[in-house]
Ligand binder design. Sequence first.
Ligand code: ARG
Length: 589
Amino acid sequence: MRKIIERIEEEVKQAFVENGFDEKYGMVTVSNRPDLCQFQCNGALAAAKQYKTAPMNIAQPIVEQLKGNKKFKEITAIMPGFINITLSGEFLADYLNEMNQSDHFGCEKEANPKTIIIDYGGPNIAKPLHVGHMRSAIIGESIKRILRFMGNKVIGDAHLGDWGTQMGLVIAGLKQRKPDLVYFDESYEGEYPQEAPFTIAELEEIYPAASEYSKSNPEFREEAKHITYLLQNGHRGYTALWNHILNVSVTDLKKVYEKLGVTFDLWKKESDAQPYIPDMVQYFKDNNYARISEGALVVDVKEETDTKEIPPCMILKSDGATLYNTTDLATIVERMKLFSPDRIIYITDKRQELYFETVFRCARKTKLVSEDTVLNFIGFGTMNGKDGKPFKTREGGVMRLEHLIKSVTDEVYGKIIENRNMDQEEAKDVAEKVGIAALKYGDLSNQVSKDYIFDVERFTSFEGNTGPYILYTIVRIKSILTKYQELGKKLPDKSVILPAASTNEQNLMLSLAKFNEVIYTAYEETAPNRICQYIYELSDAFNSFYHETKIIAEEDDIRQASWITLITLVQSILMICIDLIGIEAPERM
Ligand code: ARG
């Protein structure tokens, strides 16, 4: 289904042509003066230059011609040559009825669906999840859903960090605590136990302690490094331990992600890419892509047009060790081999931008990807505290994600218990859903690349541009629909929306009609904030309409059926949109 703005534009363009002007001047935009009109065309001003006449001389005859058009209620030429447009109630109602009966409410799927891998989340094994991982997970989940909604084949990969020095540190830390474990007995040749020799709570304690200890103990640091080296070269005992660490961590990670409403299709790990490294290195050498620089193997990725210094991409350190780069390049090799994606999207903190630029250039130059494989980096900003600095715990440490989630759900729980008539059990349930929505919406309503301030009170408010406000709107619609059915009335069919009876209703309808356009924009820009902005606008329009309209008390059955259909449509659109940003609505709140 074509966008409503295109349908309007088509009429205006035709009028330009019929009056002897170029079609391009008939471009229509949403009005920036909604108090005066809904849409506008400023083309006469630009056309005036080409046709060497006053803009009004162009706008006037066009407006005259369009006055009889059934799509418009009002079309006027305003000095110095703007064309102001307000749609007719019939046209808008027809558009909504058509939308209501179309697949996906008039939102057309991608004509050429693509295979897209999204690399998001990126948690590191044995380290607790922190806020940065949360942003990646929330944003990635939403982008995945948007791309999928548009008909693409999308594969979400958690890309676990399981190969770095943190593994050596954890194992060294464990050795310090429990030196008698069989994993540390070099002469042991039997099977290792199935059961992990630690709990998740212990594991989470070991890493920070070991990391701290290594700072002041060079010997320990060296040992951890050596363990990492041995692990990466297949040491039996360490490999068995590493498997335990992996299993215990992943079980825990899955719990947190589940709370957040985040799922992955793949739980691939950095280590999965390791087998691809030797051949990749050989290939780089054989094709003269790489050179030796101070003992290290590097690929130059500088380009003449660079305005900033782009360092070479290091493939092997002088001691032969591999790096984060190497793993990412080998992961590209693996992904191309397993999935032949048309596009790979990476979502991390924007501080990794230069890093990814280097990796992408290297992958292109060395032809690890085909010419038309799209590699995208989406960098997000920092979540700050109210002081404008990166968010910290009260003690100044890194806030663990679970605690952060809990602080938000607790806040919502308090509000519900205080203001609503709900038993504790239900309140707890509702608070979980609403709390997650508050957190996710508070994040996603910002442009991804921007920093934002984490403000529990604002995020959990039931008023304003917040998750709870959107959910409350949905719950309100549900309750009207329930009341309607309790009157013994059946929900009407889909084509009975009448022209608006009030300005607020007209605004609500206009807002609904923008649905497909918003989705296309969010899709093109991979921008969940576009959806948030829209559902806020739509919820607001609904609430203004709701406050002045007595839907249930309406005596005219036809009018009432029209309203019921209209608000059912609002509900459907809101439900699709919240699903795209990864939040769920409770039954009541
Ligand atoms: N584990 C990394 C981190 O914590 C993020 C991984 C991002 N993805 C990637 N392919 N490099 O920073």
